[in-house]
Design a protein around this ligand. Structure first.
Ligand code: IPD
Ligand code: CA
Ligand code: CA
Length: 283
């Protein structure tokens, strides 16, 4: 059999099967490295971390994807220069590709570094700018969240459904503290000050992708964060949409690959949350 024939046979595996395989393999390997990484570097600030395990995970995922789909584009966090400008340029350049895989090889590197078991592998596939597949894998709990466009979202074989709270006062919401200490973090603090007294409680566990998956699973009523990148959001956004929830930017515009300030919810509390966040941002 020639090389090209062989490639076609391998390529017959479904997108979802490849994404699950990538996330599971990478996640299992990452778990063996908790407490055992060897190189810790800083990116844009003292709280923006990267280890050789982030890079190894991305290499593993990238090569598995390209083994099956050699013509697809892959955007991975560790293949992009640190900082918002390079991230924005990278997604703008690739967003209209026929097939684009968007990969966060470890979402929650700070947690990984500290041995706090709340980090994930996030893998999305977009077709001409629209996310059609999303997988978020939590290796600590061996929990895999998956959604395919139009086919629903599942965890542990069960269909996911967003939560039913109708008011912020009954809601458990989450946010993330941005690494950009002088800009995004200050705005996030003002938003937190406005949101906290209005909700049942707030959680900040340190993996945007996993927080989004928890909104999809009905474990959180909503999540918001500013200054995120495409690889933090893409898979989680589809999980939520396919679970009956809503994902927008801070202005309430529908989610697209360029969104960085994300507001995600069960739908019922969305407008109320947007209003509180926007009033805090306007101050
Ligand atoms: C980070 C995590 C964190 C969020 C940060 C992200 P990383 O991703 O999602 O929860 O607050 O804004 O950058 O750097 O661990 O992949
Ligand atoms: Ca991330
Ligand atoms: Ca990451």
């Amino acid at each position: 059999m020639s090389d090209s024939d062989n490639r076609q046979v391998i390529g017959r595996k479904s997108f979802a099967a490849v994404a699950i395989n990538c996330a599971a393999k990478a996640g299992e390997w990452i778990k063996t490295k908790v407490g055992g990484y060897s190189t810790l570097n800083h990116k844009t600030s003292h709280s923006d971390l990267v280890t050789e395990v982030d890079k190894g995970s991305e290499n593993l995922i990238r090569s598995l994807i390209l083994t099956h789909f050699p013509d697809h584009a892959v955007l991975g966090e560790e293949g992009v220069e640190p900082g918002p400008e390079a991230s924005i340029a990278a997604i703008n350049e690739l967003k209209d590709a026929e097939y684009l895989w968007i990969v966060d090889p470890i979402d929650g590197t700070t947690n990984f570094v500290h041995g706090f078991p709340f980090f994930s592998v996030s893998i999305a596939l977009a077709h001409r700018g629209e996310v059609i597949l999303g997988v978020v894998y939590d290796p600590s709990k061996d929990e895999l969240f998956i959604a395919e466009k139009g086919k629903g979202a599942y965890v542990r074989g069960r269909r996911m459904q967003v939560s039913r709270e109708e008011k912020l006062r009954d809601s458990l919401v989450a946010t993330g503290f941005p690494a950009d200490r002088d800009g995004a973090l200050l705005l996030n603090m003002r938003q937190l000050e406005a949101v906290a007294p209005r909700v049942r409680n707030v959680r900040t566990a340190g993996s945007a992708a996993l927080h989004l998956a928890y909104v999809a699973a009905g474990r959180l009523s909503a999540f918001w964060e500013i200054g995120l990148n495409s690889w933090d959001i893409a898979a989680g956004a589809l999980l939520i949409q396919e679970s009956g929830g809503v994902v927008t930017d801070l202005e309430g515009n529908p989610y697209h690959l360029g969104v960085r300030d994300v507001v995600a919810s069960n739908g019922a509390v969305h407008d109320e949350l947007l209003k509180v966040l926007r009033s805090a941002s306007a101050e």
